[in-house]
Design a protein. Structure first.
Length: 267
């Protein structure tokens, strides 16, 4: 007697393969967006690197560059989370994973606005005090050392754990609909900001318009979030690297070949 259609040993495999191909395609698309972001950011930053506390330019220009830069830096490491969300919502709108990613970028855009406000306020209040030859060098080194200390704090551990194992976070804060996708992406982005804010502060301290340091920080973020090593080993290694960079900036900045020494400029 012939088996009923769709009830053979291969039944259900075709939809599973199709869903898997969709997720792979989504990850590939995210990486492609990141690649475009890297190319565009490198073009926009050409000749802009003036070292630590480089001028941030106008709000509109900075925010545009910042959002593209975050897509370039963060999409490779957040791609598994977006793919996981897509898997959970595979029966719903295919637009939702992209809305999730947009919500993620929205949180980082807010973080960029805060950084811009802090930079502009500090410059207006302190002026030349933040110049490299005054307090700028010490502030850059101290920022890196603070980032090194933050790497081994309980808060960093909690936030990184949420980023490395996002399933519980997604299911525990589930929201339906397109707005829900944006909100969930923004929530995931908030955990990411909690995990990576000190690394991004380190980028400002090394040269926010430097593609080399941007790639360095992006690589650290990707390793922390995705490499299947013991979490503590990764964070302590990152902490050590940041501590060494901080000491070098304070004691021997010319020993860092990728560091542009500012000519007395401030943020």
């Amino acid at each position: 007697m012939a088996a009923p259609a769709g009830s053979g040993p291969g039944a259900g495999l075709a939809p599973a393969y199709a869903a898997a191909r969709t997720r792979v395609g989504l990850i590939a698309a995210l990486f492609a967006v990141a690649g475009i972001g890297w190319a565009w950011t490198a073009h926009q930053m050409r000749g802009m690197d003036a070292g630590p506390w480089t001028s941030l330019g106008s709000l509109g220009w900075f925010l545009g560059v910042w959002i593209v830069m975050m897509a370039a830096m963060m999409f490779p490491s957040v791609a598994p989370t977006v793919a996981l969300y897509a898997r959970v919502t595979r029966e719903r709108s295919p637009l939702r994973p992209w809305l999730f990613a947009a919500g993620y970028l929205l949180t980082w855009a807010v973080a960029g606005l805060v950084a811009f406000a802090v930079g502009v306020t500090a410059t207006r209040v302190l002026g030349d005090t933040l110049a490299w030859d005054n307090a700028g060098r010490g502030l850059a080194g101290a920022t890196l050392i603070v980032a090194a200390v933050y790497e081994v704090t309980p808060l960093k551990d909690v936030c990184l754990g949420k980023c490395r194992s996002p399933l519980g976070v997604l299911l525990g804060s589930w929201r339906e609909g397109r707005l829900g996708a944006v909100r969930m992406g923004a929530r995931n982005g908030a955990w990411c900001v909690g995990c990576c804010w000190a690394l991004m502060a380190s980028l400002f301290a090394l040269g926010v318009m430097s593609v080399s340091w941007m790639a360095f920080v992006a690589a650290i973020i990707a390793v922390e979030k995705t490499v299947p090593w013991r979490q503590r080993v990764v964070t302590y290694t990152t902490s050590t690297v940041l501590l060494v960079l901080g000491v070098l900036v304070l004691a021997a900045p010319h020993a860092l070949p990728a560091l542009t020494i500012p000519a007395g400029t401030t943020m």
